[in-house]
Each structure stands twice: as C-alpha cells, then as structure tokens.
Design a protein around this ligand. Structure first.
Ligand code: GLC
Ligand code: CA
Length: 551
C-alpha cells in the first residue's frame, strides 16, 4: 500500500460556482440541471471530486454565502430532487461531490437569526453575538462589523456583510445544530465539505478593539477572530461528532493561517480537517492595507512562500494547491500574460502548481484559460465586496479610474462571469440574459474550441491530472527549491525513492537561460514528462516555457 492511502491525497478537485456554470432553463442563472448536463465534460477532464459552491436557500446578498435555510435548495438552482439527481449522476460517473459548509455566519433571514433578534430572552439570542456597545472592528466588506438593531437596542457582529451575522460557537446548542445539519447532507451520501472561513468561528471572548492607524476608520479585528482560542477544540469536536463517522474529505478555508497553524489543523493524528486553503501566496501582490492596494508580484516571494508550505507540511500535514477560486482573479491574467502568451502561460502556471505535493483544485474556466474582465461601469458589477469598496474609496477621495484599476486586477467578479462553453451568444451559458455579463473573449476562449484543439490548455490539464495518477512521486515526493534567487524562473525538484523530477517554469515574457551546470547536465540526461513548447534542450527557456524532466 502506498504511504498516502487516503483517497483525497490522489484526487484533483474541480470547483463549480453554480450561478455561473450552466443555465438549463433560460433565466440567465446557472442551475443544478445545467451542472448535470456538463458532468460528462468534467469526467472527460478527469477530475475526481467536484466542490460545489453554496446551493442552499439564500437571499443572495453574497451569492449564496448568506444561507437562509441549510436544508433547502435555492429556488433559482432547482429542487432537492434535482440535487439528489445530481449527486447520483456524479457518483454514477465515479466522481465525488463535496459541498460548501458556511457556518461562521448565516443570512439575517435565517430562522435562527429572526428569532435571535426578536428578543433578549429567546433561547436563540445566544446563537449570535450581541453587544450593547460595539468594538471598533471593520467588516471585510467595508464599513463597521457591527449593526445596530432597534428591536432590542443592541448590536450584532457581522465580519462580512450586515446580512451575514456571525454565529456564536461558544454556545454548545448551536454547535449541535450545525453537526446535525452536516449529518443531514452526509447521510445523503455527499463526500465531504469545503468549510467557509472556518478558522473564524472561535472569537476572543472579550472581543477587544483592533489596532488601527490614524487615517483608518476601523480597527483590525483579525487577531481576535482568526485562529481563535477554541478553534482546535471546535474542529476536533466537529470531527469526532460528525466527520469521523463518514469516509469523507474536508478542506478548511483559512485566511491568516501560517504553516505552523496548518500543521496543527491538518496533522492526521489531531483529527481536525484534512487540508486547508492558505491565503499567503494570494496576498503577495498586495501592498499594505489589503488586496485593493496593488503591487506587482516579485517572483522570489512566490517561490519562497510556496516552498515554505511544501516543506513545512511534508510528512506532517497536507497541502491544498490552488491559483483560482470564486474569490480570486483569473490566474492567467494575474501571474501570466493573457494577451501575448495566454496559452503558454496558462500551461506553465498549471504545471508549476500540479507538480507540487498536495491536492490540486481547478476552478471552472481555469482549464480553458479564462481571463479577467474589464467592465466600464460599476453597474455591470455584482459582487457586494466590490460595490461596497467602490463607494467607500470614492468617499475617501480615490478617483474612479484608480478604483476601477483595483477592481480589474483583484475584483471577485473576474472569476464569476459565465463559463464560456462555445462561441454562440453568451458563450452558450444561457439562452436568456445572463445575471452578469459574459467575458467578451468568449468567441476565442471557450470549451468547444478547446476540445477541438489537441494542443489546448484543456488537454494539458487533462494530462496533468492523469500524470498525478501515474506517478507516485507527484503525490509522495519531497520538495526542494532550485535556482532560489532567480527572478524569472521557478524551478524545483521532487524526490521519491530513486525517482527524481525537475520542474522548470519561466514566469517571464523573455527568454531566460539556465546557467547552473548541475542543472544543465540533468536537463540533458533526463526524460521529458510534459512541456508547453517543443523541447529545445539548450538550457534556454522561452517566454513562459515550462518543462518537467524525470530521471
Ligand atoms: C469566503 C467565501 C467568500 C465569501 C466569504 C463570506 O471567503 O469564499 O466568497 O464572501 O467567505 O462567506
Ligand atoms: Ca437557470
């Protein structure tokens, strides 16, 4: 038996953002029947697991991450019968399905919150976090993290939008309700959970003010709500009471978690979660003050960071590997070149990630190299984070152009434009009017074109996925960074018994030559596993060239 016997260690996950995946009934909104129609496509790609962003009943303040009823399906997406049908169809194709678990907060329209705010005496009062005086924390989605409620003259905490009140995990009854709800889905046969901002559920009991600079309006509460005092206890309890009873996988979304935190969260002996999503590599192109303050990526920072995670968790925990999700801009527009080298850079970025140790995640459209969008008007944007930030920065005196540049570079709607299936109107996503505009490049970039081209990004991803199944070294091997100080090439070596792999990735749009003799020699002796150009074997890497070599 292989050392890493857990199924999720050999798996590749594909994330579906249901609203933008496939519309089956022409209302402009993706839905479950639309997903079912495309399962054969995902099977062809070769992914093992589908992660479904929330499909629960929701007023959609934050596109389903504000849940009104955990045990009902959003009307726009279909019915519970559709869901059951989808799960069956996924399993029929020998794939698995994991769901989003959003339990740091609910919608303010959830029955618990409606009760909670009705009176100070209801048993539901304590399901949420109420105070007569708020602290100075700011919300992730701009403005204060506290909302005053007139019925009982108190404030409730909402780290995200005011329609997303935070649940009070100190309350054991609330925790039991969450575990029961998880059981409802697990008993249907789902294969695990992606846990939304799960390291936010334990807050510092005193909710102290956060630090802030003079010019800042709100304090930074994150030291008091990220990786809080009881977080490991809560996750362990959830594991023991629910998860351990099912053969499932779990991945915790954890902003602000370091590799040391990650070891504690994912050490198999501690029984918390299988892996986490780190944010560290996604923050490297931000200046102080958060993601909207742009800074170009300096490649050595990325190399150092990913290498740190690779080595820290080796034999101790487990990594997840991602460039993209519904909260991040498109990677080919971000760290690649979506104009002159779209195909080359998309393949290079995929290679760089997929040869690392961990479970890779592919976000819908990444496998065809979908790009960021630039809508002229704020009216065309849908994301609450973007819209709130726009107004906040406007009132602080930023220019329209300056704010739009941030949105073009980092806005979440970059990832949320409809999936581009073909070159027909609306990219074949809907026969109606899409809920958000389709990326103008759909005629050039779409699934149909990708499937017809044997050299497409799609088939490159397919090959990467199958290599992970063929080569144990990808799952098991150690990691060592090569050419550490090189500012253009990301190179690393994997080792597993006698097997060796060398992964070379040129992150620049120029030719770069490798001047290290030892490496040059290996390049001549080793076999090519995969590459995005016809290999030259001269020690020169062309723009965005990638090549993987095996001893
Ligand atoms: C997570 C989700 C994001 C959502 C937020 C609040 O970060 O990925 O989309 O807005 O949590 O639920
Ligand atoms: Ca629909």
């Amino acid at each position: 038996m292989k050392k890493n016997e857990h199924w999720w260690k050999q798996s590749v996950v594909y994330q579906i953002y249901p609203r933008s995946f496939m519309d089956s009934n022409g209302d402009g909104i993706g839905d479950i029947q639309g997903i079912i129609k495309k399962l054969d496509y995902l099977k062809l790609l070769g992914v093992d697991v589908i992660w479904l962003s929330p499909v629960y009943d929701s007023p959609n303040d934050d596109n389903g991450y504000d849940i009104r009823d955990y045990q009902a399906i959003m009307n726009e997406f279909g019915t519970m019968a559709d869901f059951d049908n989808m799960l069956e169809e996924v399993h029929k194709r020998d794939m698995k399905l994991i769901m989003d678990l959003v339990v740091n907060h609910t919608s303010d329209e959830h029955a618990w919150f409606v009760q909670s705010k009705s009176s100070k005496d209801t048993p539901y009062r304590d399901y949420y976090i109420w105070r007569s005086l708020p602290n100075n924390w700011g919300s992730v989605f701009s403005g204060p993290a506290w909302e005053y409620d007139t019925t009982t003259n108190e404030y409730y905490l909402h780290i995200f939008s005011k329609k997303q009140p935070d649940l009070n995990w100190e309350n054991p009854k609330l925790r039991q309700e969450v575990y029961q709800m998880m059981g409802f889905w697990l008993n249907k046969g789902i294969d695990g959970f992606r846990m939304d901002v799960i390291n936010f559920i334990s807050k510092h009991p005193e909710l102290p003010d956060g630090s802030k600079d003079k010019e800042q309006q709100y304090g930074d509460g994150s030291p008091y709500f990220m990786n809080g005092p009881r977080i490991h206890e809560f996750l362990h309890e959830m594991n023991q009471e629910v998860l351990s009873k099912y053969p499932v996988m779990t991945v915790g979304e954890m902003p602000g978690a370091s590799p040391d935190d990650a070891i504690l969260y994912t050490d198999p002996n501690r029984n918390e979660v299988n892996m986490i999503f780190t944010f560290e590599h996604m923050d490297l192109d931000s200046a102080p003050g958060g993601k909207w303050n742009l800074k170009p990526l300096y490649l050595p920072d990325l190399k150092e960071n990913l290498a740190k995670w690779q080595t820290a968790l080796h034999n101790k925990g487990w990594n997840s590997l991602y460039w993209n999700n519904h909260d991040q801009p498109r990677i080919v527009s971000r760290f690649g070149d979506d104009q002159n080298y779209r195909v080359e850079s998309a393949k290079m970025l995929a290679t760089c990630l997929h040869f690392m140790q961990g479970t890779p995640y592919i976000y819908q459209g990444e496998e065809i190299g979908m790009t960021n969008v630039k809508f002229d008007s704020l009216e065309d944007y849908r994301d609450i984070e973007t819209i709130n930030m726009y107004h906040e920065r406007k009132s602080l005196g930023y220019s329209h152009e300056e704010i739009m540049t941030s949105i073009y570079t980092k806005g979440r709607d970059n990832a949320r434009t409809p999936m581009q299936w073909d070159d027909s109107e609306n990219g074949g996503f809907t026969s109606g009017t899409p809920w958000i505009k389709v990326n103008q490049r759909y005629k050039e970039i779409n699934v149909k074109a990708a499937l017809e081209d044997p050299n497409s990004i799609f088939y490159f991803y397919k090959r990467l996925i199958s290599l992970r199944k063929e080569m144990d070294i990808i799952v098991e091997g150690s990691f060592e960074l090569l050419l550490k100080d090189n500012t253009e090439i990301f190179a690393y070596e994997r080792k597993w018994n006698d097997d060796h792999l060398i992964v070379l990735c040129n992150f620049s749009h120029s030719e770069v030559s490798i001047e290290e003799d030892v490496l040059l020699k290996k390049m001549q002796e080793y076999q090519v596993v995969i590459s995005n150009y016809e290999p030259l074997n001269t020690g020169i890497l062309r723009p965005y060239e990638t090549i993987v070599l095996r001893k």
